[in-house]
Structure formats: C-alpha cells, structure tokens
Design a protein around this ligand. Structure first.
Ligand code: CA
Ligand code: CA
Ligand code: CA
Length: 177
C-alpha cells in the first residue's frame, strides 16, 4: 500500500525532475537534471563524471518509459510516474530498486567522491548535501543515520538504502536533491 506520505514524496520528486515544469517527464528533463547537478558541484559538462551521470539518467528514463508504455522519445504523465515508481519502490523489492537506481546513485557518488575511493566520507557528504541545499548540521545528522555499519564512510549500498528509506518515510533527508 502506498501511504499518503509516500505519494507526497513521489509527487515532489516528479515536480523536481520536471525541469521545464510542463507537467510531463521527458528525457530532456533528465538531461537538464544532470546539468544542474554538474553545475552545483562545479563539474565541467563534458567531464567523464558528468557524462556518466547523463548516461545513468538516460537509462533511468528508458526504464520509466518502458514501464509506462510510452515511446523512448515520449513523455510520462504524473500518473504514469506515480504508478511506475510506486511499483518499483513498494512492490518490486530492494534488488530491483537497486538495479534501477544504482547507476544514478553511483554516478552522483562519482561526482562527489573527491578522494576517488568509491565511497563518501563525512566531508564529501557535507559537500553533496550543501549542493542540494541542506545545511552542515543536518548533513552531520543524516550521515550518522545513513552510515548504518558505522565505519565512517557511505557505501553505494548504504546510500541506495537511504534513498529507498526516504520514500518509505524512514528517513527525512532526500539525497537526490
Ligand atoms: Ca517536462
Ligand atoms: Ca570518497
Ligand atoms: Ca558505512
């Protein structure tokens, strides 16, 4: 069952990703989102990390379009988006969620991972959250909660679990901006 909070959060996600605010989600919205993230982190649009992020968003759009039954150059309505992401998050289970969102989260890690060790430390996480408008104190708080094994680093698995937990209402910080 999709709770009111979950529905609210998915609607918010749709609105944030609908970059041109035309009430539909197109591939161009995701291209714009990748550009926004690149800009927030001061990365050149043609850098390897930003290209990887664009590819990841492209793959995510392919998935959403396929599941909605719209063509690859088509547009998802808000209803399509709520149905497909609702199924993905609340019905299909964690493994499928990780397959679909993994590339995007991994690409964002790539952009924030200053010391290039594949994980996000407290300082990198602070920069990540500041890039999406979350202050230092909240970032510290969130870091402790996302770092479930307490080793002082955030792994891809911990970050994916956090994105999922946000939609389940188990975490208040939205990592995807
Ligand atoms: Ca749009
Ligand atoms: Ca790192
Ligand atoms: Ca950890």
């Amino acid at each position: 069952m999709i709770t009111a909070l979950a529905n609210e959060r998915l609607k918010k996600r749709f609105d944030k990703w609908d970059a041109d605010a035309n009430g539909q989600l197109e591939r161009a919205d995701f291209t714009e989102e990748a550009a926004k993230i690149a800009h927030a982190f001061g990365k050149a649009p043609d850098s390897r990390e930003v290209q990887a992020l664009r590819d990841a968003f492209d793959g995510l759009f392919d998935y959403l379009a396929r599941e909605s039954g719209v063509p690859a150059d088509g547009a998802l309505s808000q209803g399509d988006f709520l149905r497909v992401t609702g199924n993905l998050i609340f019905k299909e289970g964690e493994a499928q969620f990780n397959r679909v969102l993994g590339p995007v989260v991994k690409a964002i890690i790539g952009i924030c991972d200053k010391n290039a060790d594949g994980r996000i430390n407290a300082e990198e996480f602070r920069a990540w959250l500041s890039g999406i408008g979350v202050n230092g104190e909240e970032a510290r708080d969130a870091f402790a909660r996302v770092d479930t094994d307490g080793d002082g680093e955030l792994s891809l698995e911990e970050l994916l679990a956090a994105v999922r937990d946000y939609h389940f209402g188990r975490l208040e910080v939205e990592l995807l901006g």
